[in-house]
Design a protein around this ligand. Sequence first.
Ligand SMILES: C[S@@+](CC[C@H](N)C(=O)[O-])C[C@H]1O[C@@H](n2cnc3c(N)ncnc32)[C@H](O)[C@@H]1O
Length: 268
Amino acid sequence: MTNTFAFDHVQPVRSDVAAKPAAQHPQSLLDLPHGEARQSLLTVHSILETKLPSGELSIYEAGGGSTSFLPLGVLRRAHVTVVDIDEDQVNNNDYAQKTILGDIQTHRFPKGSFDLIICYNVIEHVPDVEAALSGFCEALKPNGMVLIGAPNPRSLSGIVTKYSPHWFHVWFYRHIRGDKNAGLPGHAPFPTHFHPLVSLPNLEAFAARNGLQMIYRKQYESPRYPEMRLRKPLFAALVDAGAKVLNFLLPGKTDVRQGDYHVILRKH
Ligand SMILES: C[S@@+](CC[C@H](N)C(=O)[O-])C[C@H]1O[C@@H](n2cnc3c(N)ncnc32)[C@H](O)[C@@H]1O
């Protein structure tokens, strides 16, 4: 979809409308607390805006659900196709031009279909990440990019999420994050699998074997920490203290709070 603005009629400008600047950032970014996650997403946006071709874009959101993390300037000139396995998520989607109820592990598009594939907060939920990523490689145009946002399995939150039962994730979302809809049909948290390719070194090796260059890689403090510090300061202080102890005991400059990452891969 290309944005065109027609100025056929000159309307008197209402002062309240004139005072409102056009939205620059998606709600998903504005909802992130100030911190490393938001900063990295802003960097991702500027890379996408600089490196994507001009004109109309063809974008595939794998497991797109009902929220997009794309910059609005990109979204406004894109034809977006969403594939999601959850019917409620597909029905709640209001930004894609095309929605497909399907499985990203098996759904295939013709070769060279997309300028950008985005898979955000999804690969940790997928049992066969290799099958999904192989489909992305095929579906990308030359020089096309894949944006992946995922939890870091080698972090404190990654390990807790990986080894705790699903009911605990629902409890955390409801009582610590304050999300009353958590666990209801079509609402997070979704069951997690943590396939080995979710870990950054494995993902990087897969990319190199499959003709993809990692042009951006950033591990950052999970937005859950600043969220917790605001909502549940006592609980957050306990978790922060635990993280400090682990950082002290672990070798190197490990920060176990770096619970998430962004990666941008580019097809050669
Ligand atoms: C945590 S949500 C993320 C949604 C959206 N990308 C976001 O960041 O808000 C995970 C999404 O992945 C979808 N999903 C999980 N496994 C999938 C699969 N095998 N194929 C397609 N979608 C899948 C879920 O239905 C859900 O909508």
